[in-house]
Design a protein around this ligand. Structure first.
Ligand code: GUN
Length: 355
C-alpha cells in the first residue's frame, strides 16, 4: 500500500501509438459570447464540434468563449498561436483590426475572420447571407402581424445588421406593403437584459412580431411573456419560447468550416472573401410555427427555391429608402459590394440609422 505501480514496458509488437499531437493541425476558435448563448456562438461551436468529429485525429480543435472585441482578442489569439494553433477562427466583427495585427506578425498561421472585410495573404474573411434568413422570417412576420407593425432588436450598427433589419422588413412588405417597422439598437452582440428591455419597448410601442440580430433568445423569451411573437436567429431557438416562436433563421457553419480544414490539410488554403447563403446550405428558416398559414409556408419555399436557382434576389429594385428616395432602380439586382455598404432604412422603417 502506498507504493506506486510501475507501468509495464510495452511489448515489442505493440501497435503504434496515436499520432503525436504535433502532427495534428491545431485549430483555435475565438467566440464573443458564451457557447451557451443558444445563437451565434452556439452555432459556431456546433461547427467546431462537427469538424472535430469529421476529421478525427487529423485535427485538434479548441475554443475560448466570451472574448471581448478589445485588446483581449489580441491576447487570446497570440496565446492560441503560442500553443501551436495554425488556423484561427475569429468569429465576431469587432475582432477585425486585432486579426489584422496578429496576422501581420504570424505569417505561418492562417486566420479566418467572420463577417469582416479586411483580408491579408494569411487572413480570409467569411460570412453567411443572414439577410436571406431575415427576409424569409419577414415573409412569416408579414402574415402574422395584426398591428401591421413589426420590430427588430438590433445589435451593432454596421451594414450587415442594417441589411438584416431591412431584409426582414422587405420580407414582411412582400406580404403586405403597408407594414411599418420600428428598430431599437442595443449596441452590443450579447446583452440579454438590454435585449429584453428593447423588446419590451417595441411591444409597448405597438409591435407584435419581432426579429433580432443579437446573440441570445432574450427577445423570444420576452415575446413569450408578453403574448407577442418572435423568431430565433442563428440557432434553433424554438425550445426557449414554444408559444411565441414563429421560426428560426438558422446558420450552419459546418460546410464552410469543413472546406477550410480540407484546404488546410491539402496545403491549398487561400485567402479570400466567402459569403454563402441559402444556395450553399449555410442558412435556412427552420421550424415555422404550426399556426402560420400554408400559403405563407409555400411563399417561403418559393423564395428559397428562387434563392437556390438564382431566379430570386432579396435586393431587387425598385427599392426606396425611408425618405422616399429610390436607392435601387426597378429590375436592378444589387451586387455584393452594394449590399456590403447598406446604411439606410427602407421605406416603412421609423427613424434613422445610428451615425
Ligand atoms: N458577433 C456576434 N454576433 C455577430 C453577428 O451577428 N455578426 C457579426 N458580424 N459579429 C457578431
Amino acid at each position: 500500500c502506498g507504493k506506486k505501480e510501475e507501468a509495464p514496458a510495452a511489448p515489442a509488437n505493440a501497435p503504434a501509438a496515436a499520432a503525436p499531437a504535433a502532427d495534428k493541425l491545431k485549430v483555435g476558435f475565438m467566440y464573443v459570447s458564451p457557447i451557451g448563448d443558444g445563437g451565434w456562438t452556439y452555432q459556431h461551436e456546433l461547427g467546431r464540434k462537427a469538424i472535430q468529429e469529421k476529421f478525427g485525429d487529423k485535427i485538434e480543435t479548441s475554443m475560448v468563449e466570451s472574448v471581448p472585441e478589445s485588446a483581449d482578442a489580441e491576447r487570446v489569439m497570440r496565446d492560441m498561436i503560442s500553443q501551436g494553433n495554425k488556423l484561427v477562427f475569429a468569429t465576431s466583427f469587432g475582432y477585425q483590426d486585432f486579426v489584422q495585427k496578429v496576422a501581420a506578425d504570424a505569417k505561418d498561421v492562417k486566420f479566418e475572420h467572420a463577417t469582416g472585410y479586411k483580408t491579408a495573404d494569411n487572413a480570409a474573411v467569411y460570412d453567411t447571407k443572414t439577410f436571406e434568413g431575415a427576409y424569409l422570417a419577414g415573409i412569416v412576420a408579414g402574415a402574422m402581424t395584426k398591428t401591421k407593425t413589426v420590430g427588430v432588436v438590433a445589435s451593432v450598427p454596421i451594414p450587415e445588421v442594417v441589411r438584416n433589419v431591412n431584409s426582414f422588413v422587405l420580407g414582411a412588405q412582400s406580404v403586405d406593403p403597408s407594414i411599418k417597422a420600428k428598430v431599437v439598437w442595443v449596441n452590443e452582440w450579447f446583452a440579454p437584459p438590454k435585449e429584453s428591455e428593447a423588446a419590451t419597448s417595441l411591444i409597448n410601442g405597438g409591435v407584435d412580431v419581432m426579429y433580432q440580430n443579437t446573440n441570445s433568445p432574450a427577445v423570444l423569451k420576452t415575446a413569450e411573456e408578453r403574448g407577442a411573437r418572435a423568431f430565433g436567429k442563428d440557432g434553433d431557438m424554438s425550445a426557449f419560447a414554444p408559444k411565441a416562436h414563429l421560426g428560426s433563421a438558422v446558420i450552419d457553419w459546418t460546410p464552410y468550416y469543413t472546406k477550410v480544414v480540407e484546404d488546410m490539410l491539402a496545403g491549398k488554403w487561400q485567402t479570400g472573401n466567402y459569403w454563402w447563403g441559402v444556395k450553399e446550405g449555410a442558412i435556412d428558416l427552420k421550424k415555422i410555427a404550426d399556426d402560420v398559414p400554408q400559403e405563407i409556408k409555400d411563399k417561403v419555399e418559393q423564395a428559397k427555391a428562387g434563392m437556390k436557382n438564382g431566379s430570386f434576389a432579396v435586393w431587387t429594385g425598385p427599392i426606396k429608402d425611408n425618405t422616399g428616395k429610390e436607392v435601387l432602380e426597378a429590375g436592378k439586382v444589387a451586387d455584393d459590394a452594394w449590399l456590403r455598404g447598406i446604411n439606410f432604412y427602407v421605406n416603412g422603417i421609423e427613424g434613422t440609422v445610428p451615425g
